[in-house]
Design a protein around this ligand. Structure first.
Ligand code: SF4
Length: 478
């Protein structure tokens, strides 16, 4: 696919992706179709239409998943066959579709995404008009063979939108934010986060005379201008390389890590204060306003146990930091995202606290950590959680249960401890379930019966023994 795309004239885009999203040691982390990331970003934006160009099976999967995750918007699709693909008719069909959609009363922007096959065939979305009737047209290639994770695909679209918005802002006046221009200098927050987190960060910034700016990916086109019009950018998620390039081109300083836990918050406030040039007194005031409350929250909700963390959201290192500051032992963090300089403070802090950090981690590495380290709790992706539960180890699904709650400030410390401690307390229940289900789905208890089943001579004896063991373990559940 890579060779086909290169010979079809997409070498420049693929070379940029190879630099922005470096692979290795593991080339293709086992995550979902990367286009899901950019699709979701587009679907969450007001007045934005999304159009996919790709194989019908891929589009079916992507639309299914986006609606499963609550998208309430239509996903446009321009179908193709081998003839329209090779004759260039597919490009004409896409152009016609975009012209038909471009109603300025409905849309600020239309995002057209080439999936694997049209990218490999070189369908030239860059030749689409830049705007039609005032509606901006953004064409992006998001192939599985060029963008390693769905997390980084969010950056592909965000970077393309920021580049477009930056060129508009450079050319003349642009729309103000919906709530009007900010009264204080703002810090743009890079990376999707729990809705209460920007509010908490805004409070932390207040003593420095700063405010929280928009979160990128934004929810509306006009927020892109406000995001660019900041005093500094906080790369809360460290993999937004293309977006960071746009901010740096606009002359905005970028700060890595995040205000997580006590050490992380203190260091982050210092870095933001330095980037915004607010002076030591203001930085000290900001620290004095929030650090005691975080210290109290961490002390009030301690976490005791050994926990492994793996995920593909980009916030894995931050979660691990908060767990350790809450008292947990975290020997391993695996992330599907690449190593970038924006997560270096977190990597250094974690390694100093005895954690092995594995970037571009494969499922095999995550499972090996689970097997070797024997954690009391595994926080991970679906297959890691499944493996942990099979072994009667309590487990939490990273995406739904960990990254869907506050992470920053005193609220972050308390919220994480609540869910983690509840899961850690499930050890006895997991052991009882394992005893109850032991053997189900393996050996003669798996597969399809081709004849009328007959009772195995040992069945009653084994079944009764299993039931007794499960009942004994259930007695121990607090
Ligand atoms: S990675 Fe490519 S082939 Fe796989 S579902 Fe996504 S677009 Fe289709």
């Amino acid at each position: 696919m890579l060779r086909a795309a290169a010979s079809a004239g997409r070498s420049e885009t693929l070379a940029r992706y190879a630099t922005d999203y470096p692979t290795g040691p593991h080339d293709q982390p086992q995550s979902m179709c990367p286009a899901f990331g950019s699709l979701r970003v587009g679907l969450r934006m007001r007045r934005t239409a999304t159009v996919l160009s790709g194989s019908a099976c891929c589009v079916y999967g992507l639309t299914f998943t986006s609606h499963f995750y609550g998208a309430k918007r239509t996903v446009g699709y321009v179908p193709f066959n081998s003839e329209t693909l090779v004759t260039g008719k597919l490009f004409e069909d896409i152009r016609d579709a975009v012209h038909a959609l471009a109603d300025p009363a409905l849309y600020d922007a239309i995002v057209v995404t080439n999936l694997c096959v049209p990218t490999a065939s070189g369908v030239p979305l860059q030749l689409l008009p830049k705007e039609i009737n005032g509606v901006r047209i953004i064409g992006i290639d998001v192939p599985g063979f060029g963008v390693p994770t769905h997390a980084e695909a969010k950056d592909v679209l965000s970077g393309a939108m920021l580049a477009y918005a930056r060129s508009e802002a450079e050319a003349g006046p642009v729309q103000a934010p919906r709530a009007g221009p900010a009264s204080r200098p703002t810090v743009t927050l890079l990376g999707e986060m729990f809705p209460a987190d920007p509010v908490a960060i805004g409070r932390m910034l207040e003593p420095m005379g700063l405010a929280a700016g928009p979160v990128v990916p934004t929810r509306e086109w006009r927020e892109l201008y406000a995001a660019l019009d900041c005093v500094a950018v906080a790369a809360i998620h460290p993999f937004y390389t293309a977006s960071i390039r746009e901010f740096e081109t606009a002359g905005r300083p970028v700060v890595g890590s995040a205000p997580v836990g006590l050490d992380g918050t203190a260091a982050w406030l210092e870095s933001i204060g330095a980037a915004a040039n607010v002076g030591a007194t203001a930085i000290d005031a900001a620290k004095a306003a929030v650090l005691p409350a975080i210290r109290r929250a961490l002390a009030a909700t301690p976490i005791r146990g050994r926990i492994t963390v793996s995920g593909y959201e980009g916030s894995e290192l931050l979660i691990a930091r908060l767990l350790i500051e809450s008292g947990a032992e975290v020997p391993y963090v695996g992330t599907a995202c690449p190593r970038t300089r924006w997560s270096e403070p977190d990597r250094e802090w974690l390694e100093a606290h005895g954690t092995t950090v594995c970037y571009r981690a494969s499922l095999e590495q995550d499972l090996a950590a689970l097997a070797d380290l024997g954690p009391d709790l595994a926080i991970g992706t679906t297959p890691v959680v499944q493996a942990a539960k099979e072994g009667a180890t309590p487990a939490l699904y990273f995406t739904n249960l960990i990254s869907a709650r506050p992470l920053f400030g005193p609220a972050g410390a308390g919220a994480l401890a609540q869910v983690v401690n509840a899961a850690l307390g499930n050890g006895a229940r997991m052991a009882a379930m394992k005893a109850f289900f032991e053997g189900v789905g393996s050996g003669d208890a798996a597969g399809i019966w081709e004849d009328m089943p007959r009772e195995h001579p040992d069945f009653r004896r084994k079944h009764l023994a299993r039931m007794r063991k499960a009942a004994a373990l259930a007695e121990e559940i607090p």
